[in-house]
Design a protein around this ligand. Structure first.
Ligand code: HPA
Length: 287
């Protein structure tokens, strides 16, 4: 078999797996979402605000990766949020768990094929910007991919997106403006910054934090960027929001435990949930 044929087969394999997942989901829930939300570490409570029509555990969806981290539930929740048909991914997988980036981003492909056009991603992140405080809510304006890999490496299936997707504005200016307006209306303080993605799982050294600050990053985390890259590739309009769970001050760095990250995310969750709900509510009719 020629190299080109092997490539084409691999690309077709991804397309077929997406279709299989979508069909399995539609057998359980005949639902076409307009909005998709991916929830970050400690931020699962948003599902309580969804007027639920169906819940499907990832274990029941063919090819869906399952989280190995306790703080993530692992289910798709379908229903109405802020008056819009929404699917919430309660629990995501990370590159550091050992999944390939194709596996990490597979759900994004499925959410798009289910019909969603808007993607809202949340995460817990370290605050590199010294103006940020623990518990701050930050709108992601742009990103830096320091994962050392890219989820689009490999054969490209033109049915899924372009070979060389543009990255001049991965985060929708329309959604950023909408989120800023909604935050003012709700009295929620909202900052803005550049998110830098690392693979993890270890946290960063002081020298690494200094380097990241010098690179122009305001936030650091171990998720979001792969999903956003694949989201752009697939044609999603994207909004990303971070909760600052720890302040990365290289000159006064204290040891950080994941339990603290989860606690701060849990405490600030309601603020993030309020904002996401308000944004979804204020979206003009999606279709
Ligand atoms: N570094 C990387 N990922 C993180 C951090 C951090 O300081 N905080 C929360 N996620």
């Amino acid at each position: 078999m020629s190299t080109e044929m092997v490539s084409r087969r691999r690309a077709a394999g991804l397309f077929d797996r997406i279709s299989k997942s979508v069909h399995a989901i539609w057998q359980k829930a005949a639902f076409r979402p307009d909005v998709a939300v991916i929830l970050g570490t400690g931020l699962g409570n948003l599902t309580k605000r969804v007027r639920k029509e169906a819940t499907i555990p990832y274990a029941e969806i063919p090819h869906f990766p399952r989280s190995t981290v306790m703080s993530h539930e692992g289910r798709l929740v379908f229903g109405t949020l802020g008056g819009k048909r929404t699917v919430v991914m309660d629990g995501r997988v990370h590159f550091y768990e050992g999944y390939t980036l194709e596996q990490v981003t597979f759900p994004v492909r499925v959410l798009r094929k289910l019909g969603a056009k808007i993607l809202i991603v949340s995460n817990a992140a370290g605050g590199l910007n010294q103006a940020f405080k623990k518990g701050d809510l930050v709108l992601v304006s742009d990103h830096i991919n320091l994962l050392g890999v890219n989820p689009l490496v490999g054969p490209n299936d033109n049915r899924l997106g372009l070979r060389f997707p543009d990255m001049s504005a991965p985060y929708s200016e329309r959604l950023i403006a909408l989120a800023q307006r909604a935050a003012v209306e709700k009295g929620i303080a909202l900052k803005q910054g550049v998110y830098l993605a690392v693979s993890g799982p270890c946290l960063e050294t002081r020298a690494e934090y200094r380097m990241m600050q010098n690179l122009g990053a305001d936030l650091v985390g171990m998720s979001t960027v792969p999903e956003v890259i694949v989201g752009v590739h697939g044609g999603f309009e994207i909004l990303a929001l971070s909760i600052v769970t720890d302040v990365c001050d290289p000159d006064h760095l204290k040891p950080l435990k994941i339990e603290e990250v989860i606690q701060v995310a849990n405490e600030s969750g309601p603020k993030l949930d309020d904002l996401v709900e308000a944004v979804v509510e204020q979206l003009p009719h999606v279709r």
